[in-house]
Design a protein. Structure first.
Length: 154
């Protein structure tokens, strides 16, 4: 998927720092849980009752310490890009403007290629319908990749 991957590469590298911090936070939580389980397992080998009690406590600690899965705030990334762009773009509802914002070819040929990549079944000669479908489909794909664009679907 050439054009779609290009879109992803323009959006998600801007969020790599946030993803890195999220990965670090998750790793720290996993390490804490693992260390807690190891400590409690080695300290509590005296009786079955004690082991059962600690096992229950370890399970509770594990569920309490789950790190939240963070989504990448694509809206903020794109809003910040739009503020720096010389012309006002309606990137939330226009595939042409979204592509322009990302510095990707927004020509009709490029949009037809994107439509083909995304398995558009309508007529590519009906550009209004194709463009409407493309912006919705691209936003869905961004969401599937971990981008938070949920308010665009409400």
């Amino acid at each position: 998927m050439g054009i779609l991957n290009n879109i992803f590469s323009k959006i998600f590298p801007n969020a790599q720092a946030a993803v890195g911090h999220a990965k670090d936070a998750v790793k720290e939580q996993v390490d804490k849980i693992t260390d807690t389980v190891k400590d409690k397992t080695s300290d509590n080998t005296s009786s079955n009752n004690t082991n059962n009690s600690n096992s229950d406590q370890n399970q509770q600690n594990t569920s309490d310490n789950k790190a939240p899965i963070s989504e990448i705030d694509v809206m903020s990334i794109l809003d910040n890009l739009a503020k720096k762009f010389p012309e006002k773009l309606n990137w939330k509802t226009s595939i042409v403007d979204l592509l322009k914002l990302l510095g990707i070819d927004s020509s009709l040929d490029a949009r037809k290629k994107l439509a083909t990549e995304l398995n558009y079944t309508g007529s590519t000669d009906d550009t209004a319908s194709m463009n409407s479908w493309l912006i919705k489909e691209v936003m869905k794909k961004i969401a599937e990749k971990g981008g938070n664009v949920s308010h665009l679907f409400s």
